[in-house]
Design a protein around this ligand. Structure first.
Ligand SMILES: [Zn+2]
Length: 166
């Protein structure tokens, strides 16, 4: 029997694209370029924020101090730094060392703000669902911000200096 409009062929279900993939990727590239510039003055070579090992950008991860599950800190610049894969994966992020690093480079006030945000999140006081985070905007923002760093439109030390007053 021919299929009619009453009996349509079901559309094949597509795998939903991971909604975080592109914004995560653009944010990660921005963080790694930023930290390479911070450490070495060029966009290819930097260091791991927790063990200090010299790293090339393509071998590096963007490590989060407070995990990406806390969505409100997933794209927070003071919460993420260039990290080696050993620290990020095998040593589970080296959270204590990452905390020391944040305190050293951004100051204790920034660390306190991050911890406070995590506490609010975990206490369920502040919960963003997907609709409150515009991933397309974030994605474009970090794509452009990385280009601005690479072209010298934004200066990395000015950027780091700004974090102290967040
Ligand atoms: Zn490391």
């Amino acid at each position: 029997m021919a299929r009619s409009r009453f009996n349509p062929i079901p559309k094949p279900k597509r795998e939903p694209k991971d909604k975080w993939a592109t914004p995560d990727n653009n944010f990660s590239k921005f963080i790694r370029v930023r930290d390479c510039l911070y450490f070495s003055g060029n966009t290819n070579a930097g260091r791991c924020c927790t063990c200090g090992k010299p790293l090339m950008i393509y071998d590096a991860d963007c490590g989060h101090f407070i995990t990406r599950d806390v969505h409100s800190l997933r794209f927070c610049e003071t919460n993420a730094h260039m990290q080696c894969k050993l620290c990020n994966w095998h040593r589970k992020g080296e959270q204590a060392k990452h905390q020391d690093y944040i305190e050293k480079v951004h100051g204790p006030e920034v660390l306190r703000v991050l911890q406070n945000e995590r506490n609010l999140w975990e206490a369920n006081v502040r919960r963003f669902d997907q609709g409150h985070i515009n991933l397309q905007v974030i994605s474009k923002y970090y794509l452009q911000k990385r280009k601005d760093l690479e072209s010298g439109k934004i200066e990395v030390h000015e950027l780091y200096e700004k974090y102290k007053y967040l």
